[in-house]
Design a protein around this ligand. Structure first.
Ligand code: NAP
Length: 262
């Protein structure tokens, strides 16, 4: 029970990676607040955790008023916030030449500005406490130039840099700030954004030749939420099956057209 009685907030936790993280933290004794734009989904997810103390609430992370209301609810309920997993996000796969300003603004406002708003509001509470753990969910798309990832990748790259600045400024308040950068993870978002040829390309480029699972991201989030990571600060932990580090991969006859994964 590494997180016994810790109050943990997971944004976008109604499903996918966020829900898997919430489940993992709860399994180590944390009390969870699942906040999502899908209020019903957030409530059901909190109930599914089986802890009477867990809470499912609505938030639009891109809206400052909504974020502040969420933080007030949490502080009124529990009096503190020990862990924030800044996970809410939307995908996007529009080629650069076709990308419209509206989609660019929407992606940046949820994936980058939203993460900033939630992190700042939580960090103010944590600074008063003198402790806290913030984990931002970035992406491999923020590190490499993926096709169709102009807005999404720019937002995630910005989040990585924001994490470093936060780490520098928040160390004195006892707050750890780190990123997890997932590679290709099997979730609803991936189902929407990855067609058959994208999947084949990923499976070829990833040394482990498969997508990751939300549970594998959750294991990393547990580590960065626990005291076992106390001296890790401003770091990006890639959980990507080796995707970023891979160079030439010779696989004999197994080439791009012949992956056996769908
Ligand atoms: P997902 O299955 O689409 O879940 C995201 C959740 O966030 C959904 O419940 C969604 O609600 C919620 N959400 C969307 N906009 C929101 C807003 N403005 N305020 C509050 N909640 C909002 O996505 P996922 O695949 O689990 O991804 C989770 C995180 O991991 C994202 O930050 C994503 O960028 C990152 N990531 C994912 C992958 C991947 O391969 N899946 C790879 C790298 C990074 P609705 O469903 O109602 O929209």
């Amino acid at each position: 029970m590494r997180l016994e009685k810790k109050i943990a907030l997971v944004t976008g936790g109604a499903r996918g990676i966020g829900f898997a993280i919430a489940k993992r933290l709860a399994s180590e004794g944390a009390i969870l607040v699942i906040a999502d734009i899908n209020e019903q989904g957030a409530r059901e997810a909190a109930e599914a955790l089986g802890s009477e103390k867990s809470l499912g609430i609505a938030v639009n992370v891109a809206d400052e008023v909504s974020v502040n209301a969420m933080i007030r609810t949490i502080v009124d309920h529990y009096g503190r916030i020990d862990i924030l997993v800044n996970n809410a996000g939307i995908g996007g796969n529009t080629p650069f030449l076709d990308l419209r300003l509206e989609e660019w603004n929407r992606t940046i406002s949820i994936n980058l500005t939203g993460a900033f708003l939630v992190a700042q509001a939580c960090a103010r509470v944590m600074a008063e406490q003198g402790s806290g753990k913030i984990i931002n969910i970035a992406s491999l798309s923020g590190q490499r130039g993926g096709h169709g990832r102009a807005a999404y990748g720019a937002a995630k790259a910005g989040l990585e840099l924001l994490t470093k600045v936060m780490a520098v400024e928040l160390s004195e308040f006892g707050i750890n700030v780190n990123n997890i950068a997932p590679g290709a993870i099997e979730t609803e978002m991936a189902k929407f954004a990855h067609d058959r040829s994208t999947r084949a390309a990923y499976n070829y480029l990833i040394p482990m030749t498969r997508y990751g699972t939300p549970e594998e991201i959750a294991d990393a989030a547990l580590f960065l939420s626990s005291e076992e990571s106390n001296y890790i600060q401003g770091h990006t932990l890639n959980v990507d099956g080796g995707f970023r580090e891979a160079g030439l991969m010779f696989r004999g006859s197994k080439n791009l057209g012949q992956t056996d994964q769908p």
